[in-house]
Design a protein around this ligand. Structure first.
Ligand code: ATP
Length: 441
């Protein structure tokens, strides 16, 4: 596949691309798309021609390469490493924004220099478009990095431990891992390990024989059996009593278990995904969690970022969740309410944002959510309405625009307007409006 100058023959590369069933494009080192195969074009039906355009412009609508827009660029990575590189990117597609696995393979000329790249673009199976009612929403770097870990581990059978604060979406991510995996057509069974007394928990998990204990009038299959062939999601795994931990360890190590009241060893065929908001490593230190079980569960740890570290995702989520909770009511969010939502610290993460919007919907009679419908407004008018967990949390929120003595801050602050906005926890627009209102523009 080389011409007389030692460069790979373009026409042969293009016809090779055509033989590939997955969507592929061919790019040069300058991000320019040189060819796209039919599988790629089938996804881009009715769209503008892509050949001749830059990959970052087509897939991301950026004016600059991904790495200059705060994302990992596989092309830059591959230029550095000289190897094939894989990343997960959130791409604009005719079906809406969705996650795609990108695999970039360098093509060299006879002198060994990289001249082209073949790029495979595969939608993440099961991770539906962000617009979908059940989809995981987010595009911040912290969220995309987390999703990249999800995409890497999902197709394997490795045990995954999801760690993150309450309400960060651990159950949703566990479901996504299942849907992306080859077990997607088999059951996904979620077990809440925190709610049940010890004996009941064991029989829920492993099942019991008739007469195994008082009240066991019929034989019962356990959740491990119900999940056969699929995924068993152990939520709040840090709450599993020590006596059951040893049985869970056996399940993970040997793939076997016993129903309560039966000596017979049964074979289980499940993939284990577990989640906790508790510091399991510390619990191992203090002896309340078995070290051997921790290692078994923690083959592939994934950390879910708290909402306060997800930047603009807050407003993206707010819009999407509002559409879900407002059920057909076309509700907007005022600029002040947006500023508050962006600045708030969300100790209860996405769940708290969702609850807060649900309440705002009920309080709002018009067509726009305003600060008076949010905890900030309620706090100002009716402190008795503020739930205790929010009252504590609001203490740590950034200052609201009206509470700041801006002229005083301006006298002491050295730095750009952007830095000042970040310092105050405001958007640049809010800062601009406040400066203008005070005649300080
Ligand atoms: N990225 C996201 N996109 C859309 N919705 C989300 C996202 N993350 C979380 N949610 C929503 O937030 C709520 C809480 O999510 P989930 O129950 O998965 O969190 P969790 O981390 O398992 O919480 P806990 O530790 O309290 O069990 C759910 O309503 C879920 O749909």
């Amino acid at each position: 596949m080389a011409d007389n100058n030692g460069s790979p023959q373009l026409s042969e590369l293009v016809s090779f691309l055509q033989t590939l069933p997955e969507p592929h494009i061919l790019c040069d080192r300058n991000y320019r798309i040189i060819a796209a195969n039919d599988a790629y074009r089938a996804n881009w039906l009715d769209q503008q021609e892509v050949v001749g355009r830059k990959c970052y412009e087509v897939s991301h609508r950026y004016d600059v390469p991904c790495d200059q827009a705060g994302e990992f660029c596989p092309l830059q990575r591959s230029l550095r490493s000289g190897q094939r590189e894989r990343v997960l990117h959130l791409h604009h597609t005719p079906q809406g924004e969705s996650f795609e696995n990108i695999e970039l393979s360098p093509i060299r000329d006879a002198s060994g220099e990289i001249v082209y790249y073949i790029e495979k673009l595969e939608p993440l199976p099961g991770a539906r478009s962000q617009a979908h009612a059940q989809g995981l929403i987010g595009r911040s770097p912290a969220f995309v990095r987390m999703m990249e870990m999800v995409a890497r581990v999902a197709p394997s059978d490795a045990a995954v431990l999801l760690q993150g604060e309450s309400g960060t979406g651990k159950e949703l991510v566990a479901g996504a891992i299942h849907r992306i995996s080859k077990r997607a057509d088999q059951p996904f069974v979620a077990v809440d390990c925190s709610g049940l007394p010890e004996t009941l928990f064991e029989s829920e998990l492993f099942g019991h024989e008739r007469g195994a204990f008082t009240g066991a009038t019929v034989r019962k299959t356990g959740l491990v059996e119900a999940a056969a062939g699929g995924t068993l999601f152990l939520d709040e795994v840090g709450d599993i009593p020590l006596s059951i931990q040893v049985k869970l360890l056996r399940l993970l190590e040997t793939g076997t278990y016993r129903r309560v009241g039966s000596p017979e060893l049964r074979k289980a065929e499940v993939r284990i995904v577990s989640a906790t908001h508790r510091p399991l490593a510390e619990m191992v230190e203090t002896g309340s969690f078995r070290q051997d079980l921790f290692y078994r569960l923690n083959i592939f740890p994934i950390f879910l970022p708290p909402l306060r570290e997800r930047g603009d995702d807050v407003l993206l989520l707010a819009e999407a969740l509002l559409a879900r909770v407002a059920a057909g009511r076309p509700l907007g969010i005022s600029a002040d309410a947006r500023a508050w939502l962006s600045a708030y610290a969300y100790p209860g993460n996405v769940r708290e944002l969702r609850n807060l919007l649900e309440r705002a919907c009920l309080l709002c009679d018009g067509d726009e959510i305003r600060p008076e419908h949010l905890p900030v407004g309620m706090q100002a008018g009716r402190p008795d309405l503020v739930p205790s967990h929010l009252a504590g949390a609001t203490a740590s929120r950034p200052a609201l625009p009206a509470e700041v003595d801006l002229p005083a801050v301006l006298r002491s602050f050295r730095g750009s307007r952007k830095a000042l906005a970040a310092h105050l926890g405001w958007s640049e627009r809010t800062l601009y409006r406040r400066l203008k209102a005070l005649g300080l523009k």
